[in-house]
Design a protein around this ligand. Structure first.
Ligand SMILES: [Zn+2]
Length: 301
């Protein structure tokens, strides 16, 4: 009888010891988990702080850069205007006025650089025209219509050489379809390299000759496709053949464009509707003298 009691007592003791051990193990595991958790939270907070700090720094650098960009330069308000140059193809050719030779294009940019011209981004041009935010006296905007492949092959390297920006108005329906026009890789690389991409509609439609539905379709689709491709907002358009009417301007604004470029002769100024901007044509046959006149006088010949 006593032996039996001893065995029971022994078993109870073992049970108590094993329960206590399990409890201890569970508790210490819990503690470790909590420690890990708080470490994770600490690291996450730290990462977030570091991220915020670098974002702040980035923002400051950007602001400094913008401030410095116009600093020390003679500024002008939007009653004076700015020459918005437009080109098409940058390629060797003897008889096509739309194809300027790379050498001649380079010479023009060199002239701009030597005479302290800066190229405005479209955002700067918009702020100038719409909100009268002053820009340097020697400002130009460079644009290309149609999105020819040679814009990538020939114009892009020359623009980079002079650290100039420009906007290319692309016919979105020709991308990756016609080898004479920019393909998607080229457009992406240019967009990453500081070139702005604008719309030139889907199929170079003469907007006044198509229905309102078709107008809306080509204005919207080209914008969306180019935004998808570049990852950047597309808020500018050059009207094919330079034709438009009041309804087209209204529609253009409704679907989200801020700047519209025509082929009307003249400088872009505050007195103009930002969706109906005049531009300065640079033909392949232009003389050096005429080029100089077009960028220095708003009432050029
Ligand atoms: Zn065109």
């Amino acid at each position: 009888m006593k032996r039996k009691t001893n065995i029971i007592l022994f078993l109870v003791l073992i049970l108590i010891v094993s329960m206590a051990t399990t409890l201890f193990i569970l508790k210490s595991r819990d503690k470790k988990n909590q420690q890990d958790k708080s470490e994770i939270t600490y690291n996450e907070v730290n990462d977030k702080l570091r991220e915020d700090e670098s974002k702040d720094k980035e923002k400051k650098v950007k602001e400094e850069k913008n401030k410095d960009r116009f600093e020390g330069m003679e500024l002008k308000n939007n009653s004076v205007g700015i020459p918005i140059l437009y080109y098409h193809s940058v390629e060797e050719s003897k008889d096509n006025e739309l194809r300027i030779s790379p050498e001649k294009f380079r010479k023009q940019l060199k002239y701009l650089k030597d005479n302290n011209y800066i190229t405005l981004t479209l955002e700067e041009a918009y702020a100038y025209i719409k909100d009268n935010k002053s820009v340097p006296k020697n400002s130009v905007v460079i644009t290309f219509d149609d999105g020819y492949k040679d814009n990538y092959d020939n114009a892009f390297p020359i623009l980079k050489e002079f650290d100039y920006t420009a906007t290319v108005f692309v016919i979105s329906g020709l991308i990756d379809k016609d080898p004479n026009y920019l393909n998607s890789d080229e457009i992406k690389e240019m967009a990453k390299g500081g070139i702005e991409i604008g719309s030139h509609t889907v199929n170079h439609e003469k907007l006044v000759d198509i229905s309102k539905e078709e107008q809306k379709q080509t204005l919207t689709k080209s914008k969306e496709d180019l935004e998808k491709l570049t990852g950047k907002p597309v808020t500018s358009i050059a009207y094919p053949f330079g034709v438009f009417d009041d309804n087209i301007i209204k529609l253009t604004e409704e679907v989200g464009y801020k700047l519209g470029f025509t082929i009307n002769k003249g400088w872009g100024k505050g007195s103009e509707n930002p969706l109906k901007l005049s531009r300065v044509y640079v033909s392949a046959f232009i003389t050096d003298e005429n080029f100089k006149e077009r960028i220095s006088k708003s009432n050029y010949n």
